[in-house]
Design a protein around this ligand. Structure first.
Ligand SMILES: C[S@@+](CC[C@H](N)C(=O)[O-])C[C@H]1O[C@@H](n2cnc3c(N)ncnc32)[C@H](O)[C@@H]1O
Length: 296
């Protein structure tokens, strides 16, 4: 078996950050990630999807944080008929959580600001009234359009655009800002994910993320909610980005997050921000913050 690539600088940084937990952290991110799926209620019901999988003797268990989320015991879920028909999407457990925490309802007009390939767009489409999905990269935008078609996301309007160029007076009830990051969390899926990693990359991403979070916040209605998420473990790309937003806008409130069946951790860098440690829930590493826009 090929071994996972870790830059020396990465090991040094996270062994200091994690202290006596670093061995467990590194051990976990070297192992294969468990598989999970989300039931696409645009095309089926939870019970029909479950019955179809049961008929085919596929083993799965509910994930407690959302009724549409399940862990699956199947090495090739991409080969399942239910997936091919767009009845379920294959999505890592931690990656489902930003939308669950955003908690859109059938009243909400939602901006999915960094949308491709669109796995979270599927979840948003199932739960919200309408979704406006923006994607900057043209190749990735084509993938997003395919996701929208295959999963029958009729309430999603997609545009190939930098979301920061949307009309200044546009406002949304909820926003998902699932930004590009240094991709540290992808290392469980792709052993070579950290080949291009460096502290400089982290700094460059953090610079962009600070610009994006302020612009996204300005597109929220008063009383609206945004979730900021990354699969990075870097404080620079996470808590520091949230603290930057707090320093730039007066009406920012970071709300407390509660999730059933998931161990989450906070730290002293930013109150109510949440981290998922891979060893706690057998996930990729993840960061998220639920941000409310108070009245001015
Ligand atoms: C982490 S990925 C999003 C993953 C996606 N939310 C999902 O769950 O399938 C970030 C995406 O944001 C896009 N992106 C980066 N900057 C953007 C911007 N300013 N406006 C719109 N899209 C952007 C990238 O091209 C990339 O496809």
């Amino acid at each position: 078996m090929r071994s996972t690539f870790f830059p020396k600088e990465f090991i040094e940084k996270y062994s200091i950050f994690l202290g006596n937990e670093w061995e467990e952290f590194f051990k976990t991110i070297k192992t294969k990630q468990p598989k999970s799926f989300w039931v696409n209620t645009n095309k089926t019901t939870i019970s029909d999807a479950i019955n179809s999988l049961k008929k085919n003797s596929i083993k799965f268990t509910p994930l407690l944080f959302h009724p549409q989320a399940f862990k699956i015991e199947c090495n090739t879920p991409g080969q399942l008929e239910e997936y091919k028909k767009g009845l379920i999407s294959i999505q890592e457990k931690a990656a489902m959580i930003p939308v669950v925490v955003l908690n859109p309802t059938k009243e909400d007009y939602v901006l999915d600001a960094c949308a491709a390939p669109g796995m979270k767009t599927i979840q948003l489409s199932n739960l919200a009234k309408k979704v406006f999905a923006t994607e900057l990269n043209s190749k990735r935008f084509e993938i997003l359009k395919k996701t929208i078609a295959r999963f029958d996301l009729k309430n999603v309007e997609a545009k190939r655009i930098d979301f920061r160029n949307l009309k200044r007076n546009k406002r949304f009830d909820k926003i998902l800002l699932d930004v590009v990051c240094s991709s540290e969390g992808l290392v469980r899926k792709k052993r070579e994910a950290l080949v291009g990693w460096s502290q400089n990359l982290v700094k460059r991403k953090a610079h962009d993320q600070k610009h994006m979070i302020v612009r996204a916040f300005d597109y929220l209605k008063e009383g609206g909610v945004m979730v900021y998420s990354t699969c990075s473990f870097a404080i620079e790309e996470n808590e520091e980005v949230i603290n930057y937003l707090i320093s730039q806008r007066k009406n920012v409130v970071i709300e407390r997050i509660n999730l059933e069946g998931v161990k989450i951790r906070g730290n002293n860098y930013c109150k109510n921000c949440v981290r998922l440690y891979p060893q706690d829930n057998d996930t990729q590493q993840f960061f998220l913050a639920r941000i409310k826009k108070e009245k001015n």
